[in-house]
Write a protein that binds this ligand. Structure first.
Ligand code: ZN
Length: 218
């Protein structure tokens, strides 16, 4: 079956890599809980955006994690929803309320669609209470995550283990022996690894030299 792109990789990356402002977020959540009316439309939009980023990053991190292994390797094609209960539940509950629609075309092809919740492009569309904003952003995050799972580019998505930025590779490898890093950090990491390995070799050589006479002593 062909992949239907419900969402562009850039859309997901733009949300995930948005600059965070934890303090402003906490302050505005408190403010909107205390008095809805005092929260300005642009502050509500900020709350929605940051809450959306948090929900989406939560889902994606949970899913990415299923491709991490104890030996430090990472396998993008072996990520699985089955291994992450919390994220799987969010997907199941989203699909229960927004089922996929399958429509047979006249040329024997199949059209698949999911109903995206309306994007609140204008600040007026964002709810006025914190509870409403939170529910709206969660629904949007669930939709974007499901749409990402249905995409053809999902295996290319990764989070640099050093700078924590999200990126999408066009052709990811089956297995990364030492985690996945963005290009500059991969180079930095390799150089660091090389220095570490050189130091280790020097240490081993020293140990060997000091150990030899002791072993030779009758
Ligand atoms: Zn990086």
């Amino acid at each position: 079956m062909e992949h239907l792109e419900f969402v562009a990789a850039e859309t997901i990356l733009r949300i995930l890599n948005r600059v965070r402002s934890e303090k402003t977020f906490e302050r505005l959540v408190r403010k909107s809980r205390y008095s809805n009316e005092s929260v300005k439309p642009e502050e509500r939009q900020f709350l929605f955006n940051e809450s959306l980023r948090r929900f989406l990053a939560g889902h994606i991190d949970g899913w990415l994690h299923t491709g991490y292994h104890g030996d430090g390797s990472e396998t993008p094609y072996q990520r699985s929803l089955a291994k992450t209960e919390k994220t799987r539940r969010a997907v199941e509950s989203y699909l229960e309320s927004h089922p996929f629609q399958v429509v047979a075309r006249l040329d024997d092809g199949i059209n698949l669609s999911i109903t995206p919740p309306p994007e609140p492009s204008k600040s007026a569309a964002v709810g006025t209470s914190w509870a409403r904003i939170e529910a709206q952003s969660k629904e949007r995050a669930d939709f974007l995550f499901v749409a990402m799972l249905a995409s053809g580019w999902k295996h290319g998505l990764y989070k640099c283990r050093l700078c924590k930025r999200y990126q999408v590779l066009k052709k990811p490898r089956r297995r990364y022996k030492y985690k996945m890093f963005c290009r500059p950090h991969h180079q930095a990491w390799s150089a660091r690894g090389l220095t570490k390995r050189r130091r280790q070799t020097a240490k081993d050589a020293l140990r060997l030299r000091t150990a030899v006479p002791a072993a030779d002593t009758p």
